[in-house]
Design a protein around this ligand. Structure first.
Ligand code: ZN
Length: 248
């Protein structure tokens, strides 16, 4: 691990909308400009007092899904509600400029191109990395992150979710991080070979996926007499688990 990615924790702005001219704006920003009061989307959990945790390690690899959505504007709105503004964590700043959906699209297309190339190297390691350059990644890190030295190691602090995405790309590129599907067969997320923030192994994308896998493993143990569970049994177990989750 040559670099450390600092966790991106900024809350997404509240009330995102796309203006008639195609600009992505936020009630967090308009409210702040009008009355100096900025509200964000996250509120701490009633019981624990903690803010929600998002799983961020595979966001760069999910950009393709957002990009290919039939309704691109809808994809941008959904992305903002979950992760925030691509360009800045602070949409109330005086220096902040509104960005239009075409800029979003071109940022995402850039990410998608680079992720595709990185995937190709993983599958064909004999290729040289001529298609993605250090400079290309460095330029994006300079645009969206702060790079510092912490405990003698390079530390990347994302200034936006875009910065977090490019930092993940950098850790794939420079540290050779690879991905496997989350062990919950119903989950579409991916797990990095090592966490770019802690350097430790990551096992699940979320507590609920961990619970699902443990539930299935327990169920399988009980049914061990019947050897391996059939696909139909697995499907039944999932159904039961989902129903149980629903009832909770
Ligand atoms: Zn998962």
């Amino acid at each position: 691990m040559t670099m450390r990615l600092l966790e991106y924790t900024a809350p997404p702005p509240y009330g995102v909308k796309i203006t008639r001219n195609g600009y992505v704006n936020f009630e967090t920003r308009t409210g702040f400009l009008e009355n100096g009061c900025a509200a964000y989307q996250w509120v701490p959990d009633d019981e624990t007092g903690q803010i929600p945790i998002r799983y961020l390690y595979d966001v760069h690899r999910r950009i393709e899904d957002y990009l290919n959505r039939e309704d691109f504007r809808e994809a941008v709105l959904e992305f903002v509600e979950l992760y925030g503004c691509w360009f800045s964590a602070d949409v109330t700043s005086k220096k902040y400029n509104l960005h239009n959906v075409d800029e979003w699209r071109s940022e995402w297309e850039h990410v998608q191109r680079v992720v595709e190339v990185l995937d190709m190297y993983v599958q064909h390691p004999y290729l040289t990395s001529g298609h993605t350059s250090n400079e290309e990644i460095e330029r994006k890190l300079n645009q969206f992150t702060n790079i510092t030295i912490e405990s003698g190691r390079i530390a990347i602090r994302p200034m936006s979710i875009g910065g977090s995405v490019w930092a993940l790309i950098a850790s794939d590129y420079f540290d050779g991080v690879t991905y496997t599907p989350c062990p919950n067969p119903k989950c579409p997320r991916e797990i990095p070979s090592t966490s770019p923030t802690t350097g430790r192994r990551v096992k699940y994308c979320s507590q609920s996926c961990k619970n699902a896998v443990h539930y299935l493993a327990g169920k399988r143990k009980k049914e061990k007499k019947n050897d391996m569970p059939s696909l139909a049994e697995m499907a039944k177990a999932f159904k039961e688990f989902n129903e149980q989750e629903k009832n909770n």
